[in-house]
Design a protein around this ligand. Structure first.
Ligand SMILES: Nc1nc2c(ncn2[C@@H]2O[C@H](COP(=O)(O)OP(=O)(O)OP(=O)(O)O)[C@@H](O)[C@H]2O)c(=O)[nH]1
Ligand SMILES: [Mg+2]
Length: 445
């Protein structure tokens, strides 16, 4: 942290602007040697010529932030240069000649963490925000950056540490301190409950990170591939009037509601002697089983067939959505039958696109969280594992106390639980873990 680091913080591509970041104790003296005029006021953007030994490198808008009121907690500068790669590279070379070192990936954020500006949850939320591919991911990362989740986890950690202190006081001075078993047990039960509450949100977190898996299924020719193409906004699947067109499953990513979705268009399900089509149908069924949601498509412009009815029986239920397609044609199918099997049902025309907004709306209603409710859900598998481990130790401590083991045994478990929970926010993290986490960042962040 004693070195002053620099990096190009914007993407390595030619653009109108490019931002160079400098941070460390020598930031201000180094800057003085390359700007034609000093900058006296922190936080204020100033236009300056970048020059050295009679050579001009660029004209940039420069902002300096004095320690500790900066992203890293150290003196920091942002040089908003012209975005040519050659220009940016030449300024970086100049900074290195003047005493800066090129920053490692994530080094600015690592310094922010080490200076107590960010905890690990907030630091990872920064990466999640940068990598967000949907509104839900963006919202979740922003909520985590606000710190609600950090606060909850830190509170659990603090309670574990406090509990352990009380327990150890009894172990050391059993004559002077009251036996703590009952209070300890009650407190452990409460901590267990808080951990369960946190972990209850992890399914939602996984959904936000992984996205929603949707399988489009139905009899041949009902318009599954047309719907897939309509949702994607381009022709990905082959559409034809010949039943049995789609055989392989066609998968693609898109966004519905606030979520990233993975949509699979599958082979039309029917009785067939064709072995290739049979394989396609087996894969379609497997897809539907693995999916979080099935869009079961029916052709509203013709009477329901036995196959349609069998599919309604197979895929009906509250989890899935029935789609009555071809709403641009006269309605002939027995829609009441379908409605009796599915709780959710929409009518649309995949070909013309009318009514397709209902799908977006449906996903939003079923899976989205309102901004005001969102406190941030845990999305990282590593964080989930550590919290689960913490909970396991808490429960082990409870069982030990209930079975009459001495309190110092419980204390060992509580120490482990605190270590696991503290690792999530970074209170008990090792140097190696810190390096691992921040190396996921891009250079300049
Ligand atoms: N009028 C009308 N025709 C549609 C609509 N959707 C699909 N079609 C037509 O229905 C026929 C079958 O469409 P596909 O999208 O290939 O149907 P599919 O369900 O993927 O069929 P398979 O791949 O064979 O299982 C094509 O001729 C489409 O143009 C619609 O909303 N309205
Ligand atoms: Mg198809």
């Amino acid at each position: 942290m004693s070195e002053t680091i620099c990096a190009i913080s914007t993407a390595p591509a030619t653009a109108a602007l490019g931002i160079i970041r400098v941070s460390g104790p020598e930031t201000l003296p180094i800057l003085q040697t390359i700007l034609h005029k000093p900058i006296n006021e922190p936080g204020k953007a100033c236009l300056r010529r970048i020059e050295s030994e009679g050579e001009v490198y660029d004209e940039a808008v420069v902002t300096v932030y004095h320690a500790p009121r900066s992203y890293t907690g150290q003196d920091t500068a942002e040089l908003c240069c012209h975005g040519g790669l050659y220009v940016l590279q030449s300024v970086i070379e100049l900074l290195v000649r003047k005493g800066c070192r090129l920053a490692d990936p994530g080094e600015f954020s690592k310094r922010a963490f080490l200076n107590g500006k960010l905890d690990l949850i907030k630091a990872q939320a920064v990466i999640d925000l940068i990598e967000a591919g949907s509104r839900a991911e963006q919202k979740n990362a922003l909520s985590q950056m606000e710190g609600h989740l950090s606060k909850k986890i830190t509170a659990i950690y603090d309670r574990l540490v406090e509990l352990n202190t009380a327990l150890l006081a009894y172990v050391d001075f059993p004559e002077e301190v009251d036996a703590p078993e009952e209070d300890t047990l009650a407190e452990l039960q409460e901590i267990d409950r808080l951990l369960s509450e946190l972990l209850a949100g992890t399914d939602r977190g996984q959904l936000i990170r992984e996205g929603l898996n949707i399988a489009i299924v139905g009899a041949p020719n009902v318009g599954k591939s047309t719907l897939m193409n309509q949702l994607l906004g381009y022709d990905r699947s082959i559409v034809s009037a010949i039943p049995g067109t789609t055989r392989d499953t066609v998968t693609e990513g898109c966004r519905l509601g606030d979520l990233k979705c993975h949509i699979a268009d599958t082979a039309g399900i029917r009785e067939t002697a064709d072995p290739v089509e049979q394989q396609g149908i087996t894969i379609a069924r497997r897809r539907a089983e693995q999916a979080s949601v099935v869009f079961a498509v029916f052709d509203g412009s013709r009477p329901l067939t036995d196959e349609d009815q069998a599919l309604a029986d197979e895929f009906g239920g509250e989890r899935n959505l029935a789609i009555i397609n071809k709403a641009d044609l006269p309605k002939i199918a027995d829609i009441e039958y379908i409605k009796s099997k599915f709780i959710h049902c929409v009518e649309l025309s995949a070909k013309e696109g009318s009514g397709c907004n209902a799908l977006d709306q449906w996903v939003r209603e079923q899976f989205s969280t309102r901004d005001t409710e969102a406190q941030g859900f845990i999305t990282s598998v590593h964080q989930i594992q550590r919290l689960l481990e913490g909970q396991r130790y808490v429960r082990q401590a409870m069982t030990g106390l209930e079975q009459g083991f001495p309190p110092d045994m419980a204390s060992l478990d509580i120490t482990e639980a605190a270590a696991a929970v503290g690792e999530v926010t970074g209170q008990t993290v090792t140097d190696q873990m810190i390096d691992q986490i921040f190396s996921r960042f891009c250079v300049g962040k």
